[in-house]
Design a protein around this ligand. Sequence first.
Ligand SMILES: Cc1cc2nc3c(=O)[nH]c(=O)nc-3n(C[C@H](O)[C@H](O)[C@H](O)COP(=O)(O)O)c2cc1C
Length: 175
Amino acid sequence: MCAVKRMEVFEAIAKRRSVRKYKSDPIPEEALLRVLEAARLAPSAGNRQPWRFVVVKDAGRRAEIAKAANDQRFVAEAPVVIAVIGESKESRWYKQDPMIAAEHVCLEAAELGLGTCWVGAFSEPEVKRILKIPEESSVICLIPLGYPAESPNARGRKAIGEVFFAEEYGRPYPA
Ligand SMILES: Cc1cc2nc3c(=O)[nH]c(=O)nc-3n(C[C@H](O)[C@H](O)[C@H](O)COP(=O)(O)O)c2cc1C
């Protein structure tokens, strides 16, 4: 095997899971700030950074958000919910860029032993109302964040031969 420098980021990628059960233990502020910094350092088209992040700790607000997220109760269980917002006035990549930042959040959280889950099923008008998000802004996703109270098994992924192609679409890579 060729000498590949071991990259810690791969460990975080491999161990991340969607966590849907959380302990109520608070997240140390240092860890929370680190996770947010990972979002802030994400790449964006033209470095426009058309993102905002609302950090929600208040239990009442979290419960309201969980309700707005198709009543997915686990969202309120996590001690923190991060609402990831895209600013369409700042970039035409206002959806893609915040999504990259959101995944940075999930990976850095995994590195720190914190659980997350992408939540895309929610009523945008409701979340906007609860968090006082301006009309022209878009809610891209919600990320509950907390110490996991479950260790989910890895979900399966499509086979390598199904998703990697060599030179041309449909020609398996590696051959
Ligand atoms: C854009 C997006 C939206 C998602 N929305 C939800 C959701 O609303 N509720 C939920 O429980 N999981 C949601 N998920 C999590 C996926 O179900 C999960 O990533 C997938 O099943 C793979 O599992 P893993 O994350 O543990 O590898 C979402 C994931 C993505 C990327």
